[in-house]
Unconditional design. Structure first.
Length: 384
């Protein structure tokens, strides 16, 4: 990979150990993936935040770094809500470690807004190069916005934030963004069907890039968010297109490989919501519109089971009256964290969610049984 004179000096340690380490990470990645050079990026989103996932080694690594990041850098959800971790049942020991991680990031100039929906608070546009880490944020940025990012591991995203650049390979190159499989949907989808669809297609296609053709309707951005999150979780894709909707859909010819999905395949994702102990909504973190739908349903009702709704602190503060209505029902709105990366869900045996991504990860990462249903059925069950 070509390095210019300044980049070479950084690589040789002339600007200090931290920048040298960061450049070494980027060069190693560039070599593996045959990048031709480094390209400037607009922002980084770093996914190694929860103490549950990065542990002591991650904390020590962060403490070893010196200096400040060069471009806007944001964090993925942490293991707790910074203001309400006691209510979540988080131990003091875990909280202390988690706070130390956030402090270490803060010291490096990283914004400690912990969310997997950074696009609600940090404006990005079509063609922007990014180094984002969390899979649902990555697929949303690539597919719905038309920005360009690989799915970066935490050290690579942080290294890119320090250098302000990332190796030019994968999703940064237009020729790698062409759809590979056409997915025809000939029936009408509703609400969480998009998450179910992403879950099913991801399992069938792995990390291939699909282009969806919806014969019956145009999905909203929230529906595309749910589709992408599930698709990247069950399969690993970092990009999808939707004919006549997503920004790059017309830039490529349609692929020959084709699959079609039947309603029964989606129905099979929906599960038995009996004896659930926790209802978890907001994976990815809720948008303002999703909070509005939840508030509308819960207005005047009381929940009878633990009901956790996750959103960014930014949107929680922006939607105070909705938050008030939702919390009056007894449901809790948590920020900075989520049901998958926090240890809080470990104490429950069965979780009901409207997220295809949570359905995919809860059994393996939290060792809890997960079942899936649409938003309204999840909220109905919460009130029964
Ligand atoms: Fe976000 Fe956590 Fe789901 S990071 S996409 S809420 S698993």
């Amino acid at each position: 990979m070509y390095l210019n004179r300044v980049e070479e000096k950084i690589y040789n340690g002339e600007f200090g150990v931290t920048l040298q380490k960061c450049m070494e990470i980027l060069v190693a990645l560039g070599k593996i993936y045959e990048a031709d050079r480094l390209i400037p990026i607009k922002s980084a989103q770093i996914s190694g935040v929860s103490y549950k996932t990065i542990g002591e080694a991650g904390l020590e690594y962060l403490k070893s770094l010196k200096g400040k990041v060069k471009i806007p850098a944001l964090l993925n959800p942490a293991g707790l809500d910074r203001k309400r971790w006691i209510e979540m049942g988080i131990s003091k020991e875990f909280a202390a470690k988690q706070m130390a991680i956030l402090k270490a990031y803060e010291k490096l100039g990283v914004k400690t807004t912990c969310t997997c929906t950074p696009y609600y608070l940090h404006r990005i546009k079509k063609g922007d190069h990014l180094a984002w880490g969390e899979s649902s944020a990555v697929i949303y940025a690539n597919s719905v916005i038309g920005a360009m990012t690989n799915r970066e591991g935490a050290p690579a995203a942080l290294a890119a934030a320090f250098i302000g650049k990332t190796p030019n390979y994968g999703m940064h190159r237009k020729e790698n963004r062409a759809p590979q499989v056409l997915v025809e949907i000939k029936f009408k989808l509703q609400d969480s069907d998009y998450a179910a669809l992403g879950y099913v297609v991801g399992k069938q296609l792995g990390d291939k890039i699909p282009i969806f053709i919806f014969a019956e309707q145009k999905p909203t951005k929230d529906e595309l968010k749910a589709l992408g999150a599930a698709l990247s979780a069950s399969g690993g894709a970092a990009l999808f297109h939707v004919k006549d909707i997503t920004p790059e859909n017309a830039d490529y010819t349609l692929p020959r490989e084709k699959i079609s999905i039947e309603p029964k395949e989606l129905e099979d994702v929906y599960g038995d919501a009996e004896d659930v102990e926790l209802i978890a909504i907001g994976c990815p973190h809720c948008s303002s519109y999703e909070l509005k739908k939840i508030a509308k349903f819960l207005d005047g009702k009381k929940v009878k089971r633990d009901t956790w709704i996750f959103t960014s602190r930014y949107l929680k503060e922006k939607n105070r009256s909705l938050v008030k209505k939702i919390e009056k029902s007894g449901a809790k709105i948590y920020c900075d964290t989520c049901v998958v990366v926090s240890p809080a869900a470990e104490g429950f045996s069965k979780v009901l969610t409207n997220s295809g991504k949570a359905l995919n990860y809860l059994p393996s990462l939290q060792r809890v049984e997960a079942c899936f249903n649409n938003l309204i059925n999840c909220l109905r069950r919460a009130c029964e």
